[in-house]
Design a protein around this ligand. Structure first.
Ligand code: MTE
Length: 329
């Protein structure tokens, strides 16, 4: 990707952007700092107050502050205000812990320490990363990304983590590797899935996949934190995928295994309902889900209840076409 600063699609027209003075000022401040070479490793991200007020019950679920995080200047502007954490961390999907919006509480049963992430398959250096490696082995950066669920709700999340490319460089895939499979934690005693009757035969564990070219794209990211702290369990602690040009279901949570493969892997939602959830799953306003339109999206937390959240137009590739469109030409 050439290093050219073009306006992002969401910066045109200006009138479509929700103004929020604090957000924009902070962005300018960060750009100045990073431009001057000062940003690296010193910003007390969690102390910036961007997570907004959180109540005591939610606070108990939050992770520990992460130090040594560099804000990536290219991804500080998502064209919308950051979603308050009180909304983002209570409006989750994590079907291993049920099918309601109480997941943020149910997911606290997830055991995350110790943790092993195994990387294997068609690679020169198979690896096992432990919990400590996940926050110390790769330099951590903050990226503020738009996030679009296939259910047509959207947020803006300040992730902390590292580019998937860094892991690719660590394990060195062989020339035979063309796809990558990501597998989430599964233990039927701990992650029983939703209580619905049809859920008895769901194809656990949750598995997602990317092409190797998608994984190597500049945007593809592993999050180990958000809002300046380690990931809360409801968001997929201790490590989850973030692929912001795709629907949110492509972002497998609580990953235990990554395998480099020659063939396209079967993936969880695609196995359950292939005509509703494709393998590629790029955000596209013109391709409706068979049961609803994708032309607009509801902005999480923008109204008093989900029924009156503000609607905004969906952007092709969620606004990230400049980075990814050539993957699909
Ligand atoms: N990963 C696992 N293991 N299980 C899931 O049910 N849900 C997906 C994705 N990753 C899911 C998952 C869906 S549908 C969405 S929209 C996002 O997680 C939601 O991420 P969030 O709760 O952190 O916002």
């Amino acid at each position: 990707m050439p290093f050219i600063h073009l306006p992002k699609p969401w910066q045109l027209p200006e009138s479509a952007v929700t103004p929020e003075a604090a957000f924009w000022n902070r962005r300018k401040f960060l750009k100045t700092l990073v431009g001057a070479g000062i940003g690296a490793s010193v910003l007390p991200l969690g102390a910036c107050g961007r997570s907004g007020d959180v109540d005591p019950a939610l606070r108990k679920t939050l992770g520990r502050p992460l130090g040594g995080v560099t804000p990536n200047p290219d991804f500080q502007d998502a064209g919308r205000p950051i979603t308050k954490q009180v909304h983002a961390s209570r409006y989750n999907n994590f079907y291993e812990f049920g099918g309601t919006k109480n997941i943020w509480q149910n997911a606290q049963k997830l055991p995350t320490d110790p943790w092993t992430l195994e990387v294997s398959g068609l690679v020169k250096n198979p690896r096992q990363y432990d919990l400590d490696d996940l926050t110390k082995h790769f330099p951590l950066e903050e990226r503020i990304y738009r996030f679009r669920c296939v259910e047509a709700w959207a947020m803006v999340v300040p992730w902390v983590g590292f580019p998937m490319r860094s892991l690719i460089e660590d394990v060195e895939p062989t020339s035979a590797a063309k796809f990558v499979r990501f597998t989430s934690f599964y233990d039927p005693q701990i992650t029983p899935g939703p209580a619905w009757e049809f859920a008895l035969n769901l194809p656990w564990p949750y598995v997602e996949g990317l092409t190797l070219a998608e994984m190597a794209n500049e945007l593809a990211f592993f999050a180990v934190g958000l809002y300046g702290r380690t990931l809360p369990k409801q968001h997929g602690a201790p490590i989850r995928m973030v692929v912001p040009w795709k629907y949110g279901f492509k972002g497998a949570k609580s990953i235990v295994k990554i395998e480099f493969l020659a063939e396209q892997p079967a993936t969880y939602w695609n196995v359950i309902s292939p005509n509703e959830y494709g393998f590629e799953a790029n955000v596209n306003p013109e391709v409706p889900h068979p049961r609803w339109s994708q032309a607009t999206e509801r902005i999480v937390g923008s109204g008093t209840n989900p029924f009156n959240w503000e609607r905004q137009p969906t952007l092709i590739y969620n606004g990230y076409g400049e980075y990814v469109a050539d993957l699909y030409s």
